[in-house]
Design a protein around this ligand. Structure first.
Ligand SMILES: *Cc1c(COP(=O)(O)O)cnc(C)c1O
Length: 429
């Protein structure tokens, strides 16, 4: 596509965008009486206008039904998660039985590792990407120690080649194959939070399985951002948060995926709780854990109705958008436009002031671009925020912009670029 760096052109793209009206479904933070240009949906998605109403309905149920709300009302709490499962499944390419909203991300990662990381003296190693989100590193290290192994021996991190910022699939699959004898688990991010690289998930899954390992993904930055086919790709398990691209609010409910291939495995360890017990007989309160079939059987504590209500509000907007295919189509154009606009900024300045480290190939990225900035980039970033453009900053020198197709416009990107250019020139003077 041939772009133009003008306001009228950006507005024309918005006028042609069938998803543009969905922007009206969200609340934008304000500063000095003006809305922010919000490019931080990769960190915390915006609040749907409907969130108050959907949450309010459950507060009403609590008020009016109290304990009877578990089985009565329009959406009895006992079964509320099933309504969400139907809407979550198309977002990650799963069957509804394979997904479940519960807990929060790192907690779920631990619970899933209990089931899927079962090391023995021969096969105990884990392969992950170097520079994974710290919470994932801590979770894996502590799990390895819990099983009596040393993270130094047990965890293999795959790093970019010298001088490169992202991983090559050929390196990932080769290292998996080389370690097949000792490999228990491959645990990768779907999209790396820092570089924005979307890993070749089907290739990694296949390589892991060929090596006789289990393959899981942390999809914090992928779920609701890029189209996923977890079921067809034969991914064993996955977990993600819903407060980034899926707008469920700070500390929003987490979610898990368990491939149906594992439903019948009754040898699988799990840390059980009453809410994972078979639903039809849960309230018999009997001794001896019998899991509910499917992902629901991994639930531990009773279902979190209020966080689910907030997530539900956003899921209904995903449904309205037609789920991931139209969203991805728009996301690709938004991000391509952002790449173009940053290129124009650099060209006008006359040097590569802003270097995009996220892969240029659209099959290797989602919405987010990570940009290494030269000079006093922190000063430029702070001024962007002062002037109502909100991206995020990652030490030492990376600006992340993650335009979200549900609520960002081409005009947002044009205006962010215009300001970036203006501020960079001022800083340089
Ligand atoms: C955002 C993020 C987390 C956050 O975990 P919480 O348990 O929700 O606090 C973990 N891992 C990755 C990869 C993330 O991007």
């Amino acid at each position: 596509m041939k772009f133009e760096n003008t306001l009228s052109y950006a507005q024309q793209l918005d006028a042609q965008d069938p998803l543009h009206p969905l922007r009206e479904e969200f609340l934008f933070p304000q500063q000095n009486g003006k809305p922010f240009i919000y490019l931080c949906g990769n960190s915390l998605g915006l609040q749907p206008k409907s969130a108050k109403e959907v949450l309010g309905k459950q507060l009403d149920n609590w008020q009016n039904l109290a304990v009877e709300g578990w089985f009565e009302g329009e959406t009895p709490w006992m079964f509320y998660h099933k309504e969400l499962k139907e809407l979550m499944a198309p977002i990650v390419g799963a069957k509804p039985a394979e997904v479940c909203p519960m807990n929060t991300l790192t907690v779920n990662l631990h619970l899933l590792l209990v089931s899927f990381y079962r090391p023995d003296q021969k096969k105990f190693k884990i392969i992950m990407e170097a520079g994974a989100f710290p919470s994932d590193q801590y979770a894996l290290e502590s799990q390895v120690r819990f099983h009596g192994f040393d993270p130094e021996d047990a965890i293999i991190e795959i790093a970019p080649r010298p001088g490169e910022y992202t991983l090559r699939t050929e390196d990932i699959t080769r290292i998996i194959a080389e370690n097949a004898d000792q490999l228990a688990l491959v645990l990768f991010g779907g999209i790396n939070y820092f570089s924005g690289q979307w890993f070749d998930m089907p290739a990694i899954t296949k390589a892991g399985h060929d090596a006789g390992a289990i393959v899981g993904f942390d999809l914090a930055h992928a779920a609701g951002n890029v189209p996923l086919q977890l079921h067809d790709w034969q991914v064993d398990f996955a977990c993600w948060c819903t407060y980034k691209y899926q707008n469920s609010g700070p500390g929003g409910i987490g979610a898990i995926f368990i491939h149906e291939n594992h439903f019948a495995d009754d040898q699988m360890n799990r840390f059980a709780g009453w809410w994972g017990y078979q639903e039809s007989i849960r309230f018999k309160m009997e001794k001896g854990f019998i899991p509910e079939p499917g992902a629901d059987g991994w639930q531990v504590s009773c279902t979190q109705v209020m966080p689910m209500a907030l997530y539900h509000a956003s899921l209904k907007i995903f449904e309205q958008a037609g789920f991931m295919e139209p969203l991805r189509k728009k996301s690709l154009s938004l991000t391509a436009y952002l790449i173009y606009v940053i290129g124009e900024v650099n060209a006008t300045i006359g040097t590569e002031q802003y270097k995009i480290i996220t892969p240029a190939n659209e099959n290797e990225r989602g919405a987010q671009l990570s940009i290494i900035a030269k000079g006093d980039a922190k000063a430029v970033f702070n001024k962007l925020v002062e002037n109502n453009v909100l991206g995020d900053w990652r030490e030492p020198n990376v600006i992340r912009f993650g335009p979200a197709p549900l609520y960002n416009s081409f005009e947002d990107i044009y205006r962010a670029g215009e300001l970036l250019l203006q501020l960079s020139r001022e800083e340089a003077i």
